[in-house]
Design a protein around this ligand. Sequence first.
Ligand SMILES: [Zn+2]
Length: 274
Amino acid sequence: MLNKIMIVKCATISLLILTALSVTSVASSTPPDMDKRIAIMIASYPDTLWKAENNKIFFRNGNAAVIINDGREKSHEQKLEHGDVTDSLEQIYPAGPCSTHSGPNFEPGRIRSDALFKGMYGQTPSQVEANLVSVRWFGQILRVNRINGANKALERVHAELQNYPQWRHFLTPSAGVFNWRKVAGQTNLSVHSFGVAVDINPKFADYWRWRRRRSRSQAVSSPNRYPLELIYIFEKHGFIWGGRWDHYDTMHFEYRPELLAIGKRARVGACGIP
Ligand SMILES: [Zn+2]
């Protein structure tokens, strides 16, 4: 009798362990490896990226192929200045209408390969400008790059945001799209150089470079004043948000459909597992 009870108990415990294991395996599905991430990136930019071969990304426009992995060990600062393609895909971006708390140097999307962006969007300001087209933005006209359909993606953001007139003051006047310049304090180019990033109304912006000027009490409060549902509308259409970065820039959105696709595949989300 005792043995029978023991067997039933053991079976129950085993079943519980098995159930727990299967739940865990779903919850922690392994993120795609780097080869898979590269493939997702190429699929995210079908107009410009052709294939990955021999550690290089080849472009459809005939531009010189770009190295995927330069094989160099780099600090976070070195990755920001001289990031290669693999550096740019290392951190997984969590999308969703929830805030996220970045650990030190967790800032998916802030590391980019300048060479990749130049290959896709243009090597010089005039090459980029040749592809800028008008996008209506709440009474303003923004000049956005048509390559990779970035202009169409921003049009979709605009169309959806028109359903929320109560948010208009957060969105306009926009602080701009195209501006060929280096990132403040760094040697690499800002993604604004390629006409695929938009800054919304800076009146409500918070920026990591300003935080040291603030009082101690302000510094510990949440640095975001834009609605999270508004941010998620940008994300749904391929734009990542600078407010999820350790070095945050809350008015900044940039067209990075590859990072949103990788996050989805990795089942990583701002509100938990999507
Ligand atoms: Zn910006």
